[in-house]
Design a protein around this ligand. Structure first.
Ligand SMILES: [Zn+2]
Length: 389
């Protein structure tokens, strides 16, 4: 389901058909698969005696594209700097009937809207529930600045601990959404309980991750938010979910894998991927991204690939491959201590009571004092100040 075509970012890439023979020093996974692809018109005279050469193709990307793509990391350290995402569109005009939108002018990246449509259509079909409310989507720098300044004014603080500084909110990307529930008269934040738990268990299939959890707040440096979901695409969401890591940890992990030593992932019994990181070429305005030669066969139909910037120092390439290496193993899924399976805890929302100063205790748990539900009201979703990250 929701298998998005592997296009997007890659369509912005200028294909440089400079078929090159790169001498592959000893890559197990790449070597050997291309023994028949020796029909090159490239100037190969000087590499005659080489035996283990693997044909590669390079696509050129602008270094400025580092700030674009489904995997850009926006946080306290990485500022969002691409203010011209052409995929930002009106949600109301593009949404399905399975959920609501708080404000008719709210905007979001088209890809994220499609993911939400699919997810909440399936959720509605399964549960009959259609009262999920898209509470906060795309935010411009100015909107975030206004929220930030208002928070400082209200709190008297010099630095907000509730609202992300302008430039550092994931909402700038258009790939994040805060969900609430419209219960008829109030708008409690979405949380992982009751029938809504389905969303937390299934979001990854639609490409979404729960971005800020109680478990990762020491890494994200933002408080836990049970309502804030981010699009990264189904393949990466699946891995992040199964590994139980923050996006920050995941992107650090991916950097260990490069073209000659890629990560392989069994997404399902029939879908396999190769993932690797390519550092930005600091000596040029552009970076040459190596991709397997097969990516060009049949206009890319056989080995489709995508490239995304990471918003700091390089690019992440995701290639769909027809089969895994014989020595594929999934132990990497466990390396951060997660079980390699469902790792969304049932209480991964904030246990901090941030409602006291902001007023409005919301949600049906507002008065509870049970330990694990902690009774907090983490989201002032009823007003527009909902969440600041
Ligand atoms: Zn948010």
């Amino acid at each position: 389901m929701n298998k998005r075509a592997m296009t997007g970012f890659s369509s912005a890439i200028m294909l440089a058909f400079s078929l090159m023979l790169t001498s592959c020093s000893g890559s197990q996974s790449d070597a050997g698969e291309n023994s028949e692809t020796a029909e090159t018109e490239a100037p190969v005279t000087e590499v005659t005696e080489a035996v283990t050469e693997v044909p590669s193709v390079y696509v050129e990307v602008q270094n400025s594209d580092i700030h674009r793509g489904d995997l850009i990391l926006v946080n306290r350290d990485n500022e969002y700097s691409d203010g011209s995402n052409p995929n930002i569109v009106n949600i109301y005009e593009n949404k399905s009937d399975s959920y609501k939108v708080d404000r008719s002018y709210m905007q979001l990246d088209k890809t994220m809207i499609e993911a939400i449509n699919s997810m909440l259509d399936d959720f509605a079909a399964k549960t009959g529930i259609t009262n999920i409310l898209c509470n906060s989507g795309y935010r411009s720098y100015d909107e975030q600045k206004q929220m930030y300044d208002e928070d400082l004014e209200n709190t008297g603080l010099l630095e907000s601990d509730l609202v992300a500084p302008p430039g550092h909110s994931e909402h700038h990307t258009g790939l994040a959404m805060d969900f609430a529930i419209d219960d008829g008269y109030e708008y409690p934040a979405l949380r992982n309980e009751g029938e809504y738990s389905w969303i937390y268990s299934n979001a990854a299939k639609y490409g979404l991750i729960l971005r800020y959890t109680e478990q990762n707040k020491h890494i994200t440096k933002y408080r836990a938010e049970s309502w804030h979901f981010r699009y990264v695409g189904p393949v990466h969401a699946s891995m992040i979910y199964r590994m139980g890591v923050a996006l920050e940890q995941y992107e650090g992990f991916i950097k260990d894998f490069q073209y000659d030593n890629p990560l392989e992932y069994k997404y399902s019994d029939t879908e396999f991927y190769r993932i690797y990181y390519v550092p930005m070429d600091m000596t040029s305005e552009k970076t040459s991204i190596p991709i397997p030669y097969e990516c060009l066969n049949n206009n890319g139909a056989e080995w489709p690939y995508t490239v995304s910037g990471n918003n700091s120092d390089g690019f992440i390439v995701t290639v769909k491959i027809p089969e895994l290496s014989p020595d594929y193993d999934e132990t990497f899924l466990y390396m951060f201590g997660a079980g390699g399976e469902t790792v969304m805890p049932s209480d991964d929302y904030s246990s901090e009571d941030i409602s006291s100063s902001e007023g409005e205790t919301i949600g049906e748990n507002a008065g509870e004092d049970s330990q694990d539900e902690s009774g907090e009201a983490e989201n002032e979703a009823g007003n527009d100040e909902d969440t600041g990250w």
